[in-house]
Design a binder for this molecule. Sequence first.
Ligand code: ADP
Length: 175
Amino acid sequence: MHNHIKIKTGDITKEQVCAIVNAANSSLLGGGGVDGAIHRAGGRTIFEACKEIRATQYPDGLPTGKAVATTAGVMDASYVIHTVGPIFGSCGSECKTLLASCYSNSLKTALELGCKDIAFPAISTGIYGYPKEAAARIAYQSVKEFLDEGHDITVYFVFHNDLDKSIFEESIQGL
Ligand code: ADP
């Protein structure tokens, strides 16, 4: 295991890191799953910041694979980095690249913000239906490639339960 990568079970809204990543939808206006949990925990200022980004930068919505940062509101983190994962089955062979982009673009955004640590949920593996094993390998490879470029940032993969954590750990064996 790369020494800048940590794997844990927990509620990502409680992570004490510089940036937590939100598996948002392209509207940026909230949704279910981890998106709903982040907006509930962080409060209204996140929604207001997302609305502003929609109005000024992405009137048609944030494209899949891209990332933008907002305040984390009243959560312990300083920032929420919102990224839109691919909906499995809607992007054919591009899904893999798009999911990898979520991780690399979120990491780039965190570095621009001066972050030394970041926590990711398992993007696209809930409502968006990405198979957890494949998503794990893509997530891990994408993060590892980024870290191998020499960037000094600690990356936490935060799973909602122990089963998802062990699926991830098993799926990345040998990578
Ligand atoms: P997507 O629409 O990208 O599939 P979801 O929010 O439906 O996003 O699910 C992504 C992952 O986030 C799922 O594995 C889900 O179990 C997990 N998740 C949901 N709530 C939390 C939370 N509070 N902390 C960490 N992970 C969470």
